[in-house]
Design a protein around this ligand. Structure first.
Ligand code: SF4
Length: 405
C-alpha cells in the first residue's frame, strides 16, 4: 500500500516534470504559467473568462451572467482577487467618518426602505442646523475626516436649509469633507424647487458640498426599478445627474441594491450601465453593492441575500467594472465575517467607523439592530486579521497620515 502510494506520487511527479519540460521546449515561462493558471476551474466557462481577465480585456454582458451562474465560488473569488491585487496589492482602505441623516421625512415610499416616515408620524424628524453642527463637532473630535449626509425627500424644507447647513458646517470645520446628497435628492431638488440641474449642483457646491455618495441607484433595470421605487427618478436620470456632477468637478460613488426581487440579468445590466457612464465622465470613485435588509420594509417577507450572493456580487462587480478603482465591502450591511471574506473576493475598501451610525444606518444594519459602530483600531484589526494592509484614506482616496481637522 505504501509502495503503491509512493509509486502514484512518483508518477505524478514524473508526469509534472515531463509536462513542464515538454512545454519549455514549445512555450516561454510566462506561457507555461498561463497554461497552468488557465486550467484553474472545473467550470470551463470560467476558464475562458479567466484568459480575458488576465489579458485585461473587457467582459461582455453574457460573460457577467456566466460569472453569476458558476458553482465554482473559489475560482470566481480567485479571479476577482487577482484583479484586486493587480490594482491594489494588499492595500485595503477605510476612513473615519460619521453619517448624518438630516431628515427621515420623505414623499417617496420605496418598498425596500425602513427609514422613511410621513411628516405626521410620531417619529418623523428633521435636525436643525445647530444639531448638525453638534453632531459634526463630536465626529471631528473623534478624528472624522468625512461627514456623510443623506436624508429623505422632504417637501417641507426650503432649498436654503441645505445651503445654510453646508456653509455653516464649512465655517465651523473647514477641513471636514462633506459627502452629501444622492442623485435622487438632487433630482428631487431640481423638480421641487424648479431649478436647473446645473444650478442645484453649483449652489450646493458653492455652499460646501465636496462630493456625493452613491445611493439611490438601487437597480436601474425596468420594470424591477418601478416595482420597488416608482416615486424616485429612473435609472437613466440617475446616470445623467451623476455625469453632471462629474462635469462640475466633483467625485461620486455608485451603489446597487441587490438581494430583493431583481434578476441576475438586472444586476449585470446595472454593471454595464455604470461602466458606460464611467467611460463617458470618469467621476465614480467606488462601487458599493448594498445587500438588501428586509426587516421593517414592505418587502419583509423576502429572505434577503445569502452569503453566496453577497460574495458573488462583490466578485462579479470587481470583474465587470474594469474602469472602477475601488470596490467596497460595506461592513454594516455584510457583517464582519463576510466583509473579511469579501476582501479575498475583490473588495479593497470596507467604508468607515460610522461613529454613532445615523438613523438610516440603524434601519439596515445586520449587526445588533443598528447599534454597531467600529473604532479605528477595530477596523484596522478586522482588515489585518483578514491578511491585508489597512490604510486610512480621506473621501477621495488620499492616504491620511494624521487626521487634522
Ligand atoms: S429610500 Fe430614500 S427616497 Fe426611498 S423612501 Fe427611503 S428615504 Fe425616501
Amino acid at each position: 500500500m505504501l509502495f503503491a502510494n509512493w509509486l502514484q506520487k512518483s508518477w505524478n511527479f514524473y508526469f509534472l516534470i515531463c509536462f513542464i519540460s515538454f512545454n519549455s521546449l514549445v512555450f516561454k515561462k510566462e506561457e507555461i504559467f498561463k497554461i497552468i493558471y488557465m486550467q484553474f476551474s472545473f467550470d470551463t466557462n470560467l476558464t475562458k473568462i479567466a484568459a480575458k481577465v488576465e489579458a485585461n480585456e473587457r467582459l461582455t454582458f453574457d460573460e457577467g451572467i456566466e460569472l453569476y451562474k458558476t458553482d465554482d465560488l473559489n475560482a470566481l473569488g480567485k479571479l476577482a482577487d487577482f484583479v484586486r491585487r493587480r490594482k491594489h496589492g494588499k492595500t485595503t482602505y477605510f476612513n473615519v467618518n460619521r453619517h448624518f441623516n438630516h431628515t427621515n421625512i420623505c414623499v417617496a415610499d420605496c418598498k425596500f426602505c425602513g427609514f422613511y416616515r410621513r411628516a405626521r408620524q410620531d417619529d418623523a424628524y428633521t435636525h436643525s442646523i445647530d444639531e448638525g453642527i453638534e453632531i459634526a463637532r463630536n465626529a471631528v473630535n473623534e478624528g472624522a475626516t468625512e461627514l456623510h449626509i443623506v436624508g429623505g425627500l422632504n417637501s417641507k424644507l426650503p432649498f436654503e436649509y441645505y445651503t445654510d447647513l453646508f456653509s455653516s458646517l464649512k465655517r465651523e470645520f473647514p477641513k471636514l469633507h462633506l459627502k452629501a446628497l444622492t442623485m435622487v435628492e438632487l433630482d428631487f431638488f431640481a423638480r421641487f424647487y424648479k431649478m436647473s440641474d446645473e444650478d442645484v449642483i453649483e449652489k450646493l457646491k458653492a455652499a460646501g458640498m465636496d462630493s456625493c455618495p452613491g445611493g439611490g441607484a438601487e437597480i436601474f433595470a425596468e420594470p424591477t426599478r418601478s416595482r420597488i421605487c416608482d416615486h424616485k427618478c429612473d435609472g437613466n436620470r440617475w446616470l445623467e445627474l451623476a455625469g453632471k456632477v462629474h462635469k462640475a468637478g466633483l467625485k461620486t460613488n455608485a451603489t446597487m441594491l441587490y438581494g430583493h426581487i431583481e434578476t441576475t440579468e438586472d444586476r449585470v445590466d446595472h454593471f454595464v450601465k455604470l461602466r458606460e457612464q464611467q467611460d463617458k465622465t470618469g467621476g465614480f470613485q467606488c462601487f458599493i453593492p448594498l445587500a438588501f435588509y428586509p426587516n421593517g420594509t414592505a418587502l419583509s417577507s423576502l429572505p434577503g441575500p445569502d452569503a453566496m450572493l453577497n460574495l458573488k456580487t462583490i466578485a462579479v462587480s470587481r470583474l465587470m467594472l474594469d474602469n472602477f478603482d475601488h470596490i467596497k465591502a460595506y461592513w454594516v450591511m455584510l457583517g464582519l465575517p463576510t466583509t473579511q471574506t469579501a476582501l479575498h473576493f475583490g473588495a479593497n475598501d470596507v467604508d468607515g467607523t460610522i461613529t454613532d451610525g445615523g438613523e438610516l444606518t440603524h434601519a439596515y444594519s445586520v449587526e445588533s439592530g443598528g447599534e454597531r459602530k467600529m473604532t479605528k483600531n477595530e477596523l484596522i484589526s478586522m482588515i489585518e486579521n483578514a491578511g491585508f494592509e489597512a490604510v486610512e484614506r480621506d473621501t477621495v482616496y488620499n492616504r491620511v497620515e494624521k487626521a487634522t481637522v
